[in-house]
Design a protein around this ligand. Structure first.
Ligand code: GLY
Ligand code: MN
Ligand code: MN
Length: 439
């Protein structure tokens, strides 16, 4: 059960979603499937983010139906039945009665009865919202339920005629974070920041990337947040230039930087932090020069996260500083305007400056409304993560720069006045990093 997000907030979310649904409709949202790892061993279960958002219910083999105006209750859960024998092996099951009591649902049934019960709930509703096309197996199940109704048309049954993707409505709700959601994300950010600090202190020549990953995992676990929001990236030396490097098995060499991009989840809410620091505890002149450019670009981007600006403003602010820095250091020729216009920066900075953050690390929500960039509004959460990556094979720059990969990433929430950084618990200035590593 969640403790930061109260039960009544889940009910409020369901109410808000139903307000946006057509009155004679039904929404059907499945829990995440369990995935086999090998033979009878499963991957650790992670609830589907949409299902989590609407229920807080953490078990697999469950389906939520939202039925606006239904007399016997609008929020209906199908879930596994209590089973003392099974629970002895696999742990506690909430059961349908428990789901009503503990999760504030209006009505609940055993999942084993869903094929008998759900078609009757769909019958007479003209529109079905569901995560269309997300999981082939579930698409088929929805159609199977509808077929049951179609087979009864001669007896007067009314099958639904419209099938609508749920995502548009639901994901727009998820984009605006409540005070409690921000609390969960701030807690995740706090734990992850501590993990990064521990990893920095552990780094030393002769160690290995996996030693630093171990510090991350230790800290997450030690705070009761064992799930990472995504596989941790611990890239030393030129591995820092591989954006999705997750091998994390290379030895740490004196003179190299380490780029760590890692964050835990709290109540399924993600954090996403990147820091880059020297194995030796001291930045070389070249590392320092590139680092100062990336840090200045991150400050500029964070400054641009405020209401009145749109989604692309922080990216443009970062791009200007990054490109200016590359030109000043002699890594790019020409003017900032030209280098941005002809994308000459791309070999050094090939990703966006951030993404929405929430239950998913790359969270849901539209970045554009029609052709216009989305306006930033209070409650929206995003990352700010500029970087510069000088590939070891980049022959256009002096050798001394090659293999330097630096990214600095923080999590921020838009406020009325500007934004709040949730991940300040880990240092990012050169002076602070060197001081922490010297401890
Ligand atoms: N760690 C994934 C990202 O930064 O987008
Ligand atoms: Mn990120
Ligand atoms: Mn990241």
């Amino acid at each position: 059960m969640s403790s930061i997000i109260p039960v009544k907030e889940f009910a409020e979310r369901r109410r808000k979603l139903m307000e946006r649904m057509a009155p004679d409709s039904i929404a059907i949202i499945p829990a995440a499937p369990e995935r086999v790892r090998n033979r009878d061993v499963l991957h650790p279960f992670r609830q589907d983010s949409d299902f989590q958002y609407l229920t807080g219910f953490g078990e697999p083999e469950a389906v939520l139906a939202l039925i606006p105006g239904r007399e016997h209750g609008e929020s209906v859960l199908f879930c596994k039945e209590k089973n003392p024998e099974k629970e002895l092996w696999d742990g506690f099951l909430v059961g349908p009665e428990g789901a009503i009591e503990r999760y504030g649902l209006d009505d609940a049934f055993p999942i084993s009865d869903i094929d008998d019960i759900l078609p009757g709930m769909i019958e007479g509703r003209s529109r079905v919202y569901y995560p269309l096309g997300k999981d082939q197996g579930f698409d088929t199940r929805v159609m199977d339920w509808v077929k049951v109704i179609r087979s009864k048309v001669r007896s007067g049954a009314h099958p639904p005629g419209e099938f609508v993707s749920l995502e548009h409505f639901l994901h727009d709700l998820r984009l605006y974070k409540s005070a409690n959601e921000i609390k969960a994300m701030a807690r995740a950010g706090e734990i992850s920041a501590e993990a990064h600090c521990r990893a920095m202190k552990r780094a030393k020549k002769g160690g290995n990337e996996y030693n630093l990953e171990a510090e991350l995992i230790y800290t997450f676990m030690d705070h009761g947040a064992p799930s990472t929001a995504y596989p941790s990236i611990v890239g030393s030396g030129a591995n820092g230039c591989i954006l999705h490097y997750i091998e994390n098995t290379a030895p740490l060499k004196e003179g190299d930087l380490v780029l760590i991009d890692a964050g835990c989840e709290v109540e399924c809410y993600a954090s996403d932090i990147t820091r880059t620091f020297p194995v030796s505890g001291t930045f070389s002149p070249e590392q320092r020069a590139i680092y100062e450019v990336v840090l200045a670009s991150q400050y500029a981007a964070i400054e641009a996260v405020r209401p009145g600006n749109h989604w692309d403003h922080p990216h443009q602010a970062a791009l200007k500083v990054l490109t200016g820095g590359l030109i000043e250091l002699g890594l790019l020729p020409g003017t900032v305007e030209d280098a941005i216009a002809n994308e000459a920066f791309k070999p050094f900075f090939m990703h966006r400056t951030g993404h929405w953050l929430g239950l998913d690390v790359h969270d849901v929500g539209d970045y554009k409304v029609g052709d216009a960039w989305r306006q930033l509004e209070p409650g929206m959460a995003l990352t700010v993560e500029p970087g510069l990556y000088i590939s070891p094979s980049n022959a256009s720059v002096d050798e001394k720069w090659r293999g330097i990969g630096i990214r600095i990433e923080d999590d921020v929430v838009v406020t009325k006045e500007g934004c709040r950084v949730l991940t300040n618990g880990v240092p990012k200035t050169i002076e602070e990093i060197e001081a922490l590593m010297a401890e």
